[in-house]
Design a protein around this ligand. Structure first.
Ligand code: PSV
Ligand code: MN
Length: 398
């Protein structure tokens, strides 16, 4: 596909308007339940996670914010907000979505907002409301809600009672949101619950969001679906209902694998972006969607993989902007299956990397973000500063 000057200009505009948020937890040493493989350069403190996010943005130019997980990143709660906001600014990024954590404490064994014990439900609600205060003080637009709630054996919980408790809890959270604040409700079919997760799919997330109020939207984590599920169809439905709030991007082969975006199926990522671009083209305006990454790299170097992810997201998004939508719609209406499908394939198989290099040059960025990062010496410096603390992490884990 050769691009006209007009197409190149609109591609640059599209890239100017594309940003993807990185997760603080993607920079720390994490692992599977079978073990952790420690990286000497991994972040050991919240400022280090923010500094890593800053480095990703410095070389890619498309990751201006970092999502935080309150229990992991704000040891002193709201008292940490000002200093972290100020520090993030020095690193060229902003604090993004605020993630409460109502899944790791012992009291949450039988759930949080869906727990049969009213006292535990109150504890969970109170933590989430504290997070709303952090969100307000931080100036973060989105509260990102994920619940590990559910039951793992048949008969061990009332599905409808738990649904009702969720409705009540989420409505309370919604009532505290002001200004442009939103709450995004994430779903996940299984893990850690293995019989009936309380918010297991987009329909449940949709119902709870609708019942909470207009600031509640659905969050689609691409890894949170059953094998073979058509995620872009879910995206299109949510868009048409004005209920798509954001994404947690990652790739998967089997379940919630949290692999690098696009490493298994880049065409699936392209198709998601295509549905969004098509919708925006028809509406004549941008959809209000928070693009976020949710990956925790256990094996690859963390900063490098986040750079890889950001670049893949840009590439797939850019390809989606190139679809000849006028032709697509006309071929669809005529029932021309091959010609319609070719509109997608033509854009998908276009090598957009030269265009991206041009865009980066026009922004004063390095043409190859990964190479620029490697040449910067950032990793060596981080390793020298953090290795000792990370050795400590191995010792305390063993
Ligand atoms: C749960 O699997 C999840 O996708 C949620 O978004 C959490 O906030 C995140 O991973 C980190 O545990
Ligand atoms: Mn997620």
């Amino acid at each position: 596909m050769t691009l006209t000057a007009r197409q190149q200009e609109s591609a640059f505009q599209a890239l100017d308007g594309f940003a993807i948020e990185v997760p603080s937890w993607g920079f720390a040493n994490t692992g599977t339940r079978f073990g952790k493989f420690i990286q000497a350069s991994a972040a050991t403190t919240t400022p280090e996670k923010i500094a890593d996010a800053g480095q990703v943005h410095r070389v890619t130019g498309c990751c201006p914010s970092v999502a935080v997980h309150v229990l992991w990143d704000y040891p002193n709660g709201i008292a940490d907000v000002d200093s972290l906001n100020a520090y993030a600014k020095t690193q060229g990024v902003a604090i993004g979505a605020i993630n409460p954590n109502v899944f790791q404490d012992q009291c949450y064994k039988n759930g949080s907002l869906g727990n049969p014990d009213a006292e535990v439900r109150r504890t969970a609600l109170s933590h989430i409301l504290d997070c709303v205060e952090i969100q307000k003080k931080s100036g973060s637009r989105d509260l990102s809600l994920w619940f590990a709630d559910g039951t793992s054996y048949p008969g061990t919980g009332s599905v409808r009672a738990r649904k009702k408790w969720f409705e009540e809890g989420l409505q309370m959270v919604h009532s505290q949101l002001t200004g442009n604040m939103r709450m995004l409700v994430e779903y996940k079919p299984f893990e850690p619950a293995f019989y009936a997760t309380d918010i297991a799919d987009w329909g449940m997330s949709y119902v709870l969001s609708k019942k909470s109020g207009p600031r509640a939207k659905v969050l689609v984590d691409t890894g949170h679906h059953y094998q073979g599920q058509n995620v872009e169809q879910i995206v299109a439905w949510l868009l048409s209902e004005d209920m798509l709030g954001g994404f947690h991007f990652n790739d998967r082969r089997y379940a919630d694998d949290d692999l690098t975006l696009g490493c298994i199926d880049p065409y699936a990522v392209f198709r998601i972006f295509h549905e969004i671009c098509l919708f925006e083209w028809e509406q004549g305006k941008k959809a209000d969607i928070a693009y976020m990454v949710d990956q925790s790299h256990n094996l690859k170097n963390k900063v490098e993989e986040m750079i890889q992810t950001a670049c893949t997201a840009q590439e797939m998004y850019l390809k989606a902007t190139l679809v000849d939508r006028e032709k697509l719609v006309s071929e669809q209406m005529k029932g021309n299956l091959i010609d319609s499908e070719e509109c997608l394939r033509e854009a998908f198989f276009t090598d957009v990397r030269p265009l991206l290099r041009e865009w980066r040059k026009s922004k004063g960025l390095a043409e190859e973000p990964l190479a620029a990062h490697r040449e910067s010496g950032y990793n060596e410096k981080a390793e020298a500063e953090r290795a000792e603390r990370n050795r400590g992490a191995v010792a305390s884990y063993a």
